[in-house]
Design a protein around this ligand. Structure first.
Ligand SMILES: CC(C)(COP(=O)(O)OP(=O)(O)OC[C@H]1O[C@@H](n2cnc3c(N)ncnc32)[C@H](O)[C@@H]1OP(=O)(O)O)[C@@H](O)C(=O)NCCC(=O)NCCS
Length: 129
């Protein structure tokens, strides 16, 4: 959606809807450090495979178009949906930032997840052209 700076955001379009149903993002491209993946899927299309496919297409772009050597993400430990999606795309849990997230109910752990190109390609082969 915007082609300048170190971040890229992508609207997610599906054939049955006239409006985008969410977005993915890559934050911090073109640095020595790897970019971070972000994603948000609209409530009414969650659990239908949109997140997995959109994240796969975005990660493929990170490697193929932007030359990333790795992609990573910070995921709240309680976010099972986000962890299942990235696990299915070859990501690994690499560490935990204990009590990193401040929430109304207290604090929560934040997990660091990441993937290397070969791990991603093997896991996401069914979704890639
Ligand atoms: C995380 C998110 C992107 C997943 O997108 P989605 O389109 O709902 O996910 P998919 O339909 O592709 O499902 C992928 C997997 O997650 C599982 N899943 C989906 N919703 C789930 C839930 N609420 N709890 C547990 N697992 C869930 C699916 O069963 C599937 O697992 P499987 O392949 O093992 O069956 C979406 O829920 C979202 O936008 N959440 C809010 C923002 C967010 O958490 N972003 C991640 C940044 S940390």
């Amino acid at each position: 959606m915007d082609d300048c700076g170190e971040d890229r955001k992508f609207a997610i379009v599906v054939s049955a809807r006239s409006e985008p149903v969410g977005f993915t993002a890559l934050y911090g491209l073109f640095r020595q450090t790897a970019p971070e993946l972000g994603a948000l899927i609209g409530d009414d299309v969650r659990g239908m495979g949109v997140g997995r496919r959109a994240e796969a297409l975005t990660i493929a772009r990170a490697f193929d178009e932007y030359g990333a050597h790795r992609v990573y993400g910070r995921i709240p430990a309680f976010n099972e949906a986000a962890k299942r999606v990235v696990t299915s795309l070859g990501w690994r849990h690499e560490g935990t930032l204990r009590g990193h997230l401040r929430r109304d109910s207290g604090v929560a752990d934040c997990e660091v997840w990441g993937v290397l190109p070969e791990e991603f390609r093997a896991a996401a082969a069914d979704l890639l052209p």
